[in-house]
Design a protein around this ligand. Sequence first.
Ligand code: FAD
Length: 319
Amino acid sequence: MSEILVVVDHADGAVRTTTAELLTCARRLGEPSAVFFGAAADLTPGQLAEYGARKAYVLEDAAYRDCLVAPKAEALAQLVADRRPAAVLIPSTPEGKEVAARLAIKTDSGLVTDASDVVRGDDGAVHTTQSVFGGAFTTTASITKGTPIVTLKPNSLTTEGADPAVPIEAETVRVAVSDTARAARIIRREPRGDIGRPDLADASIVVSGGRGTGGDFDAVEAFADCLGAAVGASRAAVDAGWYPHAFQVGQTGVTVSPQLYVASGISGAIQHIAGMRSSKIVVAVNKDAEAPIFGLADFGVIGDLRPVLVQATTEIDNR
Ligand code: FAD
């Protein structure tokens, strides 16, 4: 069966959900092999085997941690030349997209970024689905040149576990890192700090606030905390400097796909909906009964978000 390379998204070895999605997707195309940039000691092969990886290539050079993306792109190009995979799947993170673009140039291959689905067509080619113009249109594309390279948007697919009894083989791969690739180095990292909430992209509950908060996110945060939820924000709230951009949900922010999404003081612009439309249940709190978000919501509360969220928080805290 043809090999599909999957770049593992992890934090010190803890594999993110995006990797499980990529492996699920890769299994439809062929036999997934994980590409792990990091210390071999951090690799927990079971986390990858659970989603069907049969092989893990471990690339350990310090350059992958200390430099910007060039060493990773160089190493992947070497792996592609050596293993001749049928496709390479990469998470649609800012770093992932840059690695993918560099890899496409190095291998003279076709690239699709921000795909929401990847399948093999009857013609044997890799076909991708993308949502464009804020979700107003869906496009399909097939990659016909070189080794198809696809970045997959987080939360686009439902993960499916594989037979955990099938063993995974780990292989350390050494690729010489060129001086050019080492040129751009990371001087300082500023940890975001533990905010005590789940990661927005992976959260099963998200409570978001928009312009309707008037800049006061206290009620939104308190409600999120009583549910164990992540906090999100609309672009209007981010642009006003009320909440950091890392928490922006939407076309130019994070794509979320939680079990429950609470939109408070958010009108429901198409660009916001593009980032949360696949949420399982949507609850909207808005004082305008005509707000477009009610068109998407499963449940709606017409009213001022502060008393509504405070009352809901008290109610849940008392249970
Ligand atoms: P508004 O549209 O101003 O809505 C505020 C809502 O709050 C209103 O419905 C109002 O009735 C309600 N409200 C006011 N006070 C209260 C109250 N006290 N209680 C309850 N409800 C109240 N937007 C994103 O969110 N994410 C993106 O990634 C994104 N990307 C974009 C990319 C492009 C290229 C462009 C052009 C735009 C993008 N936008 C994005 C912006 C988007 O078009 C909207 O402007 C934005 O989503 C509006 O945010 P909002 O709903 O918070 O504000």
